[in-house]
Design a protein. Structure first.
Length: 367
């Protein structure tokens, strides 16, 4: 079975600060990706740059703050972005395909599976899917927030071996290299390393939305499907070929020691918006953490939020720290009536009810 790589290219690499798309860079990546494909590897490309290209086409220097203006710029810039990739890959007789996604597309199970099937078929046809967030219709409620997050979810979707995040930084450092002379590049780090978040800092780039923290978060999400993440400087010559050849000094390799999470549970863990919270007692916490069992009404002390059946809920102890998350079999209105009660008590009071469990273990992922 062929392995799959998801390659994410950031705005600062795809575009020049004042002259739009960096066609030379795009051509260079096309040549390198062609080499990767020739090594019997499927490639999915996640590319930023639509808004930046839209700004260039309209002669704008400052990025607008209005959502509707940004959506319009994305619509204008997406045309040039996809055209540039199409021309670059045509030289190698590689067909390109555009896919625009929103978080809502991946939070709906049916649409999630449709997206996965489309990706699979595109790669079977020998095409390279070029994916971007559908900024023209995304709102705060349905947006990924940044293409690092999108790339990690695409890695889950395709069960990719590698997620390669190309940025304008050399990788993850022990401190900000622009401030600290003692900062050292971290070449290998486990996704479970407690210091991982501490090493990341905010983005200083006005063209993009992500920073190193979003790349670390993306690596953690990608790890759910056992995808390894490589964070590298996209400006380095032939960086993708160096990664392909397992050369040294290519950036930061974020690896995962754990086993992969099943496809449905990846979807639950990464793709759904949180709609509420359940506070449970110590007994329920023990059963979930140690025995991997379902959550019953009797173990719930209180609930927060208004939610519907099938929504994603966070499960917490008394300290409000997340223990698990999963899909509820009850809406908040009905659940309020039965929390703290045993199955026998509920049956006596309400008769037959849909489910004895609030969140089934098959629809739950433990933190």
């Amino acid at each position: 079975m062929k392995e799959t790589w998801v390659i994410k290219i950031g705005s600062s690499l795809v575009t020049k600060s004042t002259t739009g798309l960096d066609i030379k860079n795009i051509k260079g990546w096309a040549a390198q990706i062609n080499e990767i494909i020739n090594n019997n590897i499927d490639v999915i490309l996640v590319s930023s740059g639509a808004i930046a290209e839209g700004m260039n086409r309209l002669g704008l220097i400052k990025r607008p703050s209005s959502s509707s203006q940004l959506q319009a710029l994305a619509a204008i810039g997406q045309m040039g972005l996809i055209k540039a990739y199409e021309v670059a890959f045509k030289k190698y007789n590689i067909t390109t395909a555009q896919m625009l996604l929103t978080a809502e597309d991946l939070s709906n199970r049916e649409r999630y599976l449709n997206a996965r099937n489309t990706l699979s078929n595109l790669m079977n046809y020998g095409a390279i899917p070029i994916i971007n967030e559908n900024d023209t219709i995304s709102t705060d409620e349905i947006k990924f927030g940044d293409n690092d997050t999108l790339a990690s979810l695409v890695a889950n979707l395709s069960e990719a071996k590698n997620l390669v995040i190309l940025t304008d930084q050399n990788g993850l450092y022990t401190a900000d290299p622009k401030i600290s002379k003692s900062a050292e590049l971290i070449e290998r780090i486990s996704v479970s390393d407690k210091n991982l978040n501490k090493y990341a800092g905010p983005s200083n780039n006005s063209l993009g939305r992500g920073g190193m923290i979003t790349k670390i978060t993306a690596a953690k999400k990608a790890a759910k499907s056992n995808t390894q993440t490589i964070i590298s400087n996209g400006r380095k010559k032939n960086i993708l070929i160096k990664i392909l050849n397992n050369e040294k000094n290519i950036g930061t390799f974020v690896y995962n020691k754990s086993t992969a999470v099943k496809s449905k549970k990846q979807w639950i863990a990464n793709s759904l918006k949180i709609k509420g919270r359940l506070i449970i007692d110590l007994g329920a916490k023990k059963v979930i953490k140690k025995s991997g069992k379902s959550l019953l009404p009797v173990g719930i002390k209180s609930i927060e939020g208004n939610f519907q059946k099938g929504d994603m809920l966070i499960i917490c102890g008394a300290n409000k720290v997340e223990i698990a998350r999963g899909l509820t079999n009850y809406d908040s209105k009905l659940l309020k009536k039965i929390i703290g009660k045993s199955t026998i008590e509920i049956k006596k009071e309400y008769g037959v009810f849909d489910s004895e469990v609030v969140i089934h273990r098959d629809n739950m992922i433990v933190s």
